[in-house]
Design a protein around this ligand. Structure first.
Ligand SMILES: *[C@@H]1O[C@H](CO)[C@@H](O)[C@H](O)[C@H]1NC(C)=O
Length: 186
């Protein structure tokens, strides 16, 4: 509900919201999208909370298993999104596994004497032959992934660990209640 309230605040009056968020201000260009996104997520989470609460309160196995399934689906979707985001961001500026020489034995290089265009930084270094690739010295994708993970590990890891802990706890409690009700019924 707090998230949805913050989303409504950003959407309705973003200038006053900006004053309490000093460092991010420049990155906040699509505030309306951020606001609508927050409202949606906040509303979905509130409904989910009510669903779980109702299921527990009314001792309804149906509601509990629904709650469990939705959290499980969200968990899987989040993992997939995290993997895609990591892979996608690693594609931004890297070449080969360790450097451009990984492509030297490739069929394409042997045919045309050219490296993939990501191996040359900037369009002025075209075509991407050995000299330009050597001059560009674009970082290898392995190093790049490690760098991305390292620079974001504290923030992303912290958020991911917190969210996962809450989700696992929610699934555990709902499963426990479900099994408890199952036993009680027999
Ligand atoms: C490319 O990477 C390989 C393996 O790490 C290394 O032996 C080689 O010296 C590197 N070449 C250049 C031009 O950086």
């Amino acid at each position: 509900m707090c998230l949805a309230a913050a989303g409504i605040w950003v959407t309705v009056d973003r200038d006053s919201f900006m004053t309490i968020l000093p460092p991010f201000t420049d990155n906040f260009q699509n505030q309306v999208n951020v606001g609508i996104f927050s409202i949606t997520i906040g509303a979905v989470m509130t409904l989910l909370g009510l669903l779980g609460c109702c299921g527990a309160q009314k001792e309804s196995k149906c509601l509990l298993i629904m709650f469990f399934s939705i959290i499980l689906i969200i968990c899987i979707a989040e993992t997939a999104a995290a993997v895609v985001a990591l892979v996608y961001s690693s594609y931004l500026q890297c070449c080969g596994f360790s450097n451009y020489t990984d492509f030297s034995e490739s069929y394409y290089y042997e045919q045309y004497g050219l490296y993939p265009s990501t191996c040359c930084a900037g369009s002025e270094l075209f075509p991407c032959d050995e000299d330009n690739a050597d001059f560009s010295n674009v970082v290898g994708c392995f190093k790049q992934i490690v760098k991305i993970v390292q620079t974001k590990v504290s923030i992303v890891g912290g958020i991911a660990a917190g969210v996962t802990a809450i989700e696992v706890a929610a699934m555990g409690v709902s499963m426990y209640l479900y099994c408890y009700l199952d036993k009680k019924a027999t």
